[in-house]
Design a protein around this ligand. Structure first.
Ligand SMILES: [Fe+2]
Ligand SMILES: [Fe+2]
Length: 369
């Protein structure tokens, strides 16, 4: 085949590969999954052994994604990646031993042999370097200008995703903290203390995962379950913290916390708060229809609320309160068996018994302050 035709065929292959990956990347929502696909694309385009994406994190560079190795951390200006980051310029090291910045220590530790390296900086929208893209061991021959251009294209593409991911993480973390603060505001006035709302979120997450819910839903219930009792903000102190058993009237007032929370949260159109509203409104409904406020039964009760019902009861019973000692897990389990199909959705109870070993860990890690 004449050289020009061969080159065109190779370009056609590369284009096909890029388009294939662009389609896959567009279908992924998670930043890490997207960045890993980009690393796969770079490895395919450059026909090399490994690619890694390093991001600046304080005074270190750490791998955000990397083929075949666990997370690596290096001082910000060390090694080929560090030098590339510091100078904001690509580095081609086809003979690493002759490269003053190559650190052979990593190969010695991992038993891997680095034959050649190509590193290009990743720039943020403000024009500053935010990380480094590195390709290692071209399968045939050495890294050249064509490889450099391809890797710069992937680095530019990844830079955008990285910045978006960082912004999204920031927004999500802010959202999570606000939700927890809101949930705690509901608890702080009652005798449920400390980390109860966070623990209920974690326990719901474990149950949802065990029941095979999609990862997005597992994250969503972890975020929203801590708001289940925020309607307690609207219940009078004398009722909320009554040292005596509640009178029938007081009990009716206490029950209102479900509707108060639901109404408050449902004022928003945001999906997160709508789901939280459902949980707040229905976490005291019971599978057999004997719960409150609406006497819903079975699958009329939203699934998230059925999960939260069990997690909430578990956490309230196993932990000490100023008015009672915590129950041993076995005693709570006897209650779950007896109440399966009555208070609780039998499928949630079954899920609990499959993953119950994970529950005490949550209590240990999120102790009451
Ligand atoms: Fe409640
Ligand atoms: Fe609760």
């Amino acid at each position: 085949m004449p050289e020009g035709a061969e080159g065109e065929a190779r370009d056609g292959e590369l284009l096909h590969l890029v388009l294939d990956y662009v389609g896959k990347i567009a279908g992924e929502r998670g930043a890490d999954a997207q960045l890993l696909l980009m690393a796969d694309m770079a490895r395919g385009l450059l026909a090399c052994d490994r690619c890694s994406l390093w991001i600046a994190d304080g005074d270190e560079l750490r791998t955000r994604v990397a083929h075949d190795v666990d997370e690596l951390r290096i001082p910000l200006r060390s090694g080929v990646a560090g030098k590339c980051f510091e100078r904001g310029k690509p580095i081609v090291a086809n003979d690493p031993a002759a490269c003053p910045w190559f650190n052979p220590e990593v190969d010695r530790k991992t038993g891997y042999e680095t034959r050649n390296i190509l590193a290009v900086p990743i720039f943020g929208s403000a024009g500053n370097a935010i990380g480094v893209y590195q390709a290692i061991n071209k399968r045939e021959g050495e890294f050249g200008g064509h490889d450099l251009r391809l890797l710069m294209m992937v680095a530019a593409y990844s830079g955008k995703s990285l910045e978006n991911a960082r912004l999204l993480e920031e927004v999500e973390q802010t959202q999570n903290e606000l939700v927890h603060l809101l949930g705690e505001a509901g608890e702080v006035r009652s005798r449920e203390t400390g980390n109860h709302v966070k623990r209920v979120g974690e326990l719901c997450y474990i149950l949802a995962r065990e029941m095979g819910l999609p990862p997005r839903d597992c994250d969503l219930i972890r975020l929203t379950a801590p708001l289940h009792d925020m309607g307690k903000l609207g219940v009078r102190d004398t009722v909320l913290n009554s040292p005596n058993p509640l009178s029938p009237e007081e009990y009716e007032e206490m029950k209102l916390h479900t509707q108060i929370g639901e109404r408050f949260l449902a004022r928003s159109d945001r999906r997160v708060l709508r789901v939280a509203a459902q949980i707040a409104g229905c976490h005291h409904e019971k599978w057999d229809g004997s719960g409150y406020p609406n006497g819903l039964s079975g699958e009329e009760i939203p699934l998230f609320a059925r999960i939260c019902a069990l997690a909430d009861v578990y956490d309230a019973l196993v932990n000490d309160r100023c008015y009672k000692k915590g129950w041993p897990q076995e005693r709570v389990e006897a209650l779950f068996r007896a109440e399966s199909g009555r208070h609780f959705d039998p499928k949630v109870v079954e899920a609990y018994f499959r993953c119950k070993e994970e529950f005490p860990r949550v209590s240990r890690e999120l102790l009451d302050g």
